[in-house]
Design a protein around this ligand. Structure first.
Ligand code: HEC
Length: 420
């Protein structure tokens, strides 16, 4: 794209200093509309309830131009937090530095319309993913109103309805109350463990059972239990790569964990969240929603973030073993509200490095999953590293915990068997 910025010097009259009038050759129809169409209109169109404003017409784009420039320059819109210097992702919404500069220049120089007759072709808006079909839906048995404040963790057991072995090939989690739901992780409980989970449920009065940490009454069950999916603010539907899925046996259960955040002094409304699933009866290749974190941290050790400090970083390293063969397709990073930045990368045996995801400006409200253009295929000796960096302005040290005021450092990935 040509960034033709012309500085016109207009002499008011001879002898007086030149007055500069800034103009631009960039125009809406020629330069800006294609960028807005690709990176913004999928959420910001006339029919969409996701984003507040419609950015699909010149009239609207012109009105909003100053705010568009502010958001684009700050990097807050589009809500794409993964750095494109690190890796390439499918269906990226990201704008290059040059594209950002063009939008900002256009907006700050009067948002000229240009000639609609010779408008550039508009790329398809990249819409948030939706499932192409829903074969099964699991909904919390009844609506639940969180009682504990500021944080309530509740697990709701659901019977797995399929009578044959099936493969889950995509999911979408629909929170019932966005005001209070801070995350949802539906865990897959194997048939052999179903009774012990029923017992947990029976011990606890009321709907569901308290499940701080993991679904099984012990924090390590957070990472030792299979995940059926996950949702945090900014998350959406996910379809797994062709030919792969999560295998589920008949007689399994789902422990549907919801983290409710209740602002002290407020009364939340009820929530009845659900998960929609795409199912195949035909056998699929092995797939797994795999969380990455340090078990020591989960147990409360070694992830301390001292009070009144900026930039505390903790790093977890995992060495890929000989029998450890997988392809990693997608990644999301999860921290709480003190999170500043996060990164996952691989150090190879020959000293080279592959960056998997780098989120330089972490935002609790936008924790989507990023799908690698080229999956990472593990090799024995590779070291996978997960790093999180926090700023803690508070008077107390913070470490791993379930509360929104505690912290976490999790990478969430989708793995399948390695390519043949
Ligand atoms: C994935 C969906 C999504 C995409 C893509 C997206 N937005 Fe947004 N945008 C939102 C949502 C949701 C909000 C309202 C909540 C918020 O501000 O976070 C919003 C808010 C805004 C606001 C208003 C901020 C304010 O002060 O109220 C502006 C301006 C904006 N977006 C511009 C853009 C531009 C420009 C692009 C593309 C370069 C873009 N958005 C891409 C979802 C999106």
């Amino acid at each position: 794209m040509i960034t033709a910025l012309s500085l016109l010097s207009v002499l008011a009259c001879e002898g007086e200093p030149a007055q500069e009038v800034l103009t631009t050759d960039l125009s809406y129809h020629q330069d800006v509309a294609p960028l807005l169409s690709r990176s913004c209109v999928g959420c910001h169109d006339a029919g969409s309830s996701l984003g507040a404003m419609d950015l699909s017409t010149f009239e609207q784009a012109e009105i909003w131009a100053p705010v568009i420039a502010t958001e684009v320059e700050a990097g807050t819109m589009p809500p794409w937090r993964a750095s494109t210097d690190c890796n390439s992702y499918k269906d990226t919404l990201a704008l290059s530095d040059e594209e950002k500069a063009d939008i900002v220049e256009w907006a700050t120089r009067g948002a000229p319309e240009g000639d609609p007759e010779s408008a550039s072709e508009l790329p398809e808006p990249r819409k948030p993913e939706v499932l192409d079909r829903v074969d099964m839906e699991l909904t919390m048995p009844v609506a639940f109103t969180p009682a504990a404040s500021p944080d309530d963790y509740r697990c709701f057991l659901m019977d797995w309805p399929a009578e044959e072995e099936v493969w889950v090939t995509g999911f979408e989690i629909t929170p019932g109350n966005y005001e209070t739901v801070h995350h949802v992780i539906p865990y897959l409980i194997d048939p052999d463990d179903a009774d012990s989970y029923r017992a947990l449920d029976e011990e606890d009065e009321g709907e569901g059972y308290r499940c701080y940490g993991g679904p099984g009454g012990d924090v390590t069950t957070l990472i030792n239990t299979r995940w059926l999916g996950s949702w945090a603010p900014g998350g959406g539907a996910r379809s797994f790569p062709e030919g792969t899925g999560l295998r589920v046996q008949p007689g399994s259960m789902v422990a549907f964990q919801v983290h409710y955040y209740v602002e002290p002094g407020t009364t939340p409304g009820p929530d009845q969240s659900s998960i929609q699933l795409k199912i195949e009866e035909e056998a699929q290749g092995w797939g797994d929603v795999q969380p990455w974190t340090d078990v020591q941290w989960v147990l409360g050790l070694g992830m301390e973030i001292p009070p009144e400090t900026n930039g505390t970083t903790h790093t977890f390293s995992y060495e890929v073993g000989d029998g450890d063969r997988f392809a990693m397709h997608s990644l999301a990073l999860h921290m709480h509200t003190l999170g500043r930045s996060g990164r996952m990368s691989v150090k190879h045996a020959d000293g080279s490095e592959t960056c998997l995801i780098d989120v330089p400006a972490y935002d609790f409200n936008w924790q989507r999953s990023y799908e690698l253009e080229t999956p990472y295929v593990s090799a024995p000796g590779d070291i996978i590293e997960l790093s999180c960096t926090w700023d803690n302005p508070g008077k107390d040290a913070v470490s791993w915990g379930d509360g929104t005021g505690d912290e976490m450092c999790l990478g969430v990935s989708y793995l399948s068997g390695p390519p043949e």
